[in-house]
Design a protein around this ligand. Structure first.
Ligand SMILES: [Zn+2]
Length: 318
């Protein structure tokens, strides 16, 4: 509580001497994203252990996420539980795509999504001995989910005036095989084939959050998003700039990423991917990607805050 008070007085001091841009960002901000709360949601996931499909931690986390969303009183809570074979194995697992809707009576709605499973092995780790070992997935999985849980917590307190919001936590995104594009994103592929929407009632657009918690993360305009849902990228990057995060949401082209937004775009829902994909050290993902270093210690609350506050500003200003 003491820390919160200090932060408040700090913000007040900044407001007195703040720039025009800072003042504009403050008036745009109707709801404040609580980064500490989001970091706690992230820790709850990593503390369960790697959420590898078929594992005990995976089953426990499916229950945790479902119960958590239910506690925020959505109008609809739906869990898809198909049996799917894990790519490259003969193992069949029960997956959970967890879907919730707030503001069902609104004339328009948008969809926010993130994958909650983790890759079964750290096959990009510099130490080959780790290539068969699962990892925490603090960034790759838990970060996007943490932001969405914090969004849900806010939706329970106050709905946006003009839109409803749907949240989707997808499963079995990250058990794919290199050079086999269709082996990735199996949960979102199933969702796309079994949409909980009637014709004419699709979301206006959708936003995928994936790996949004890297240290000093920059978010470039992911190439498939830019091609398939250009106007949505413009809309979200403008919201980020108006929120004061134009330095993190870089208005330049990024790499093309095979991710959960691809199956959704095939359904006709314009869907973009907010993802760190042009890291200066690797040329692509954060250096912790699919390594044992993808853990809580390597999460940057500032990155989580930039994405979370941008999403809240976006939905409460629609
Ligand atoms: Zn991954």
């Amino acid at each position: 509580m003491m820390i919160t008070t200090m932060l408040c007085s700090c913000t007040g001091a900044q407001r007195n001497t703040g720039s025009v841009a800072e003042e504009a960002a403050e008036s745009y901000q109707k709801v404040t994203f609580d980064t500490d709360s989001a970091m706690n949601f992230l820790l709850m996931q990593t503390a369960a252990g790697p959420r590898v499909p078929g594992s005990g931690a995976h089953a426990a986390t499916a229950r945790f996420l479902t119960d958590k969303l239910a506690s925020y009183h959505p109008d609809t809570l739906l869990v898809q539980n198909p049996q799917i074979t894990v790519p490259g194995t003969d193992k069949s697992v029960t997956i959970s795509n967890i879907f919730a809707r707030w503001g069902a009576e609104k004339p328009a709605h948008i969809l926010l999504l993130a994958h909650w499973d983790t890759r079964p092995f750290a096959d990009n780790d510099p130490d080959a001995a780790n290539h068969s070992i699962p990892f925490d997935g603090a960034n790759d999985g838990a970060s996007g989910v943490a932001v969405l849980l914090e969004v849900a917590r806010n939706l329970a307190q106050r709905l946006p005036d003009n839109i409803g919001v749907d949240l989707l936590l997808t499963d079995l995104e990250d058990s794919g095989i290199s050079n086999d594009d269709d082996s990735w994103c199996l949960g979102s592929q199933y969702f796309a084939d079994n949409l909980p929407y009637q014709p004419g009632q699709f979301p206006r657009y959708a936003i995928l959050l994936d790996m949004v918690g890297g240290k000093n993360a920059l978010f470039h305009r992911e190439a498939f998003s830019d091609r398939l849902a250009h106007d949505v990228v413009d809309h979200v990057w403008a919201a980020a700039a108006q929120s004061g995060f134009g330095d993190k949401f870089v208005n330049m082209y990024g790499n093309p990423i095979n991710d959960d937004h691809i199956p959704l775009n095939r359904t006709g829902i314009p869907t973009i991917d907010i993802i760190e994909n042009n890291n200066s050290a690797t040329g692509s993902f954060n250096p912790t990607w699919h390594t044992m270093d993808d853990n809580y210690d390597n999460i940057d609350p500032k990155s989580i805050n930039a994405v979370g506050q941008t999403i809240l500003n976006l939905i409460y200003n629609e």
